[in-house]
Ligand binder design. Structure first.
Ligand code: CP
Length: 308
């Protein structure tokens, strides 16, 4: 039984297989419509979500399975003090696979230690978000036709941004990938990621504080929200929240085939006048998330054939 807590729980070969499966599902959805009949997905969300929870649920429904779960700590017995360990012991009696989001880093890992069913981390605090990464990889692979030989700009809150941390961990395993890290000083990537991943593996990167000066270099621009919920101090949030606002005008300096990704939700960091630009890929990215999660559910349940 396999759990997916960080992207590193999947080898490059496993990721490539999941992406290939997701692409096959996109082409032949009808062939997978019954693949999970009789199976149940539990979505245990201790923190708000629109895309991740609903795309997991849509993924399981598209596969012919069923879903159950809770959408907030307040609506579960966590509000009475039940531990994550006890909760997953119980969920293991009711479902075949579980997607868990939690505000505390490491909570889905703890769950995996007590679980009798596969646990998927659906986002833990500022740590990791591996299924967003599968979504991002599928999006990049579909739009650019490759996952290697890319210059990827990561812009915004790189300190608390779990989608950024997971994407870096995944992309460093593909050849000739270079990162441009664009953030205010206070929101630079954590030291452990810089030292233990980028420096240790000799990955080329630079850290800058202005988006416009690097725009022409980028193949992918991955925008992120400054996350109010991760700040201890409202003053700091207000000072930093509008550090980067991408507008249509700023895109004049970008390559014609650069794509803009964002895990969403956005607040102000991408102006709505960008939405009609053919390079704006963030709504397509959210759609790809359903296929990526369908492929992951099938893989973790050992149901990758079409005739299950
Ligand atoms: N991308 C993402 O995790 O969005 P939600 O918070 O809406 O799930």
């Amino acid at each position: 039984m396999k759990h997916v807590i960080t992207p590193l729980d999947l080898s490059v070969e496993e990721i490539d297989d999941i992406l290939a499966l997701a692409k096959d599902i996109m082409k032949h959805p009808e062939q997978y419509a019954h693949a999970c009949e009789g199976k149940k997905l539990a979505t245990c969300f201790y923190e708000p979500s629109t895309r991740t929870r609903l795309s997991f649920e849509a993924a399981m429904l598209n596969l012919g399975g069923r879903t159950l779960g809770f959408h907030s700590a307040d609506s579960s017995s966590a509000s009475k003090g039940e531990s994550v360990a006890d909760t997953i012991r119980i969920i293991s009696c009711y479902a075949d696979i579980c997607a868990m989001r939690h505000p505390k880093e490491g909570a889905p890992y703890v769950a995996s230690q007590f679980s009798r069913i596969p646990v998927i981390n659906a986002g833990d605090g500022g740590h990791n978000h591996p299924t967003q990464t599968l979504t991002d990889l599928l999006t990049i692979s579909e739009l650019k036709g490759r996952l290697d030989n890319l210059t990827i700009g990561l812009c915004g809150d790189l300190k608390f941004g779990r989608t950024v941390h997971s994407l870096i961990n995944a992309m460093v395993r593909y050849p000739n990938v270079r990162f441009v890290l664009i953030s205010p000083d206070e929101l630079r990537i954590p030291a452990y990621l810089r030292e233990e991943t980028l420096d240790a593996k000799g990955i080329p990167y630079k850290e800058v504080s202005r988006l416009d000066e690097v725009m022409p270099e980028l193949d992918i621009l991955y925008m992120t929200r400054v996350q109010k919920e991760r700040f201890f101090n409202e003053e700091d949030y207000i000072r930093l929240k509008d550090s980067f606002i991408l507008t249509r005008k700023k895109l004049d300096a970008a390559k014609d085939d650069m794509y803009i990704l964002h895990p969403l939700p956005r607040v102000n960091e991408i102006s709505v006048d960008v939405d009609d630009d053919p390079r704006a890929a963030y709504f397509r990215q959210a759609q790809f998330g359903v296929y990526a999660r369908m492929a992951l559910i099938l893989t973790l349940l050992g149901l990758t054939g079409k005739e299950n």
